[in-house]
Ligand binder design. Structure first.
Ligand code: AMP
Length: 190
């Protein structure tokens, strides 16, 4: 199984590159943001709980996210692997993911971190907000908070994978095809 953590700040292009990777490697896309938006669309209890955090650009509590991811993994144990997109976003989530994978005799093959400067992130999120319909893409204050939360709570997750020798950095600025090629190169070394 190929199990990739696609990492990077909001607006780094994780969703776009996930699509390319899924098509090539037949992987299951596990985007926690997409899963929450699906719950919100279906008006579930989990969706209502998540929405109150998402609308402000804050993280949904770890235990809620972890339970949702566990459920998704357990439904796809026969797949070629997973792309984790937007997860893990805290050290506690990264630790929980390792425990979950190990309990199924699986492991994370590696992390690919997309590196994008802060001004570029802002620009891309504002642009996406014109068509995404996402409340959290349309307000500079919310965007700024997401970037702040990323720097404070999520960026340290990279060190967790560095310590495990699973960290690979890719420049997230350039053409979509060029970035995709660099990701494939990184994955080839897993
Ligand atoms: P995304 O689509 O990945 O940008 O996520 C949108 C929002 O969903 C984030 O700003 C968080 O509020 C929430 N979210 C998504 N993934 C996670 C996660 N792994 N941990 C906590 N909150 C998350």
């Amino acid at each position: 199984m190929l199990n990739i953590v696609l990492f990077g700040p909001p607006g780094a292009g994780k969703g776009t590159q996930s699509t390319n990777l899924i098509n090539k490697h037949q992987l299951i896309h596990l985007s926690t943001g997409d899963l929450f938006r699906k719950h919100i669309g279906e008006n579930t209890e989990l969706g209502t709980r998540a929405k109150s955090f998402m609308d402000k650009g804050n993280l949904v509590p770890d235990e809620v996210v972890i339970r949702m991811v566990e459920d998704k993994i357990e439904h796809h144990l026969e797949s070629n692997g997973f792309i984790f997109d937007g997860f893990p976003r805290t050290i506690a989530q990264a630790q929980a993911l390792d425990v979950m994978m190990e309990s199924h005799d699986l492991h994370i093959s590696g992390m690919v971190a997309l590196v994008v400067p802060e001004e570029e992130m802002m620009k891309r999120i504002r642009e996406r907000g014109k068509t995404s319909g996402r409340v959290d893409d349309q307000d500079d204050e919310k965007i700024a908070n997401r970037i702040h939360v990323y720097n404070e709570e999520t960026a340290p997750v990279a060190s967790y994978y560095k310590d495990a020798n699973k960290y690979n950095e890719v420049n997230g600025v350039g053409s979509i095809e060029g970035i995709y090629e660099s990701i494939e190169e990184a994955i080839g070394q897993f």
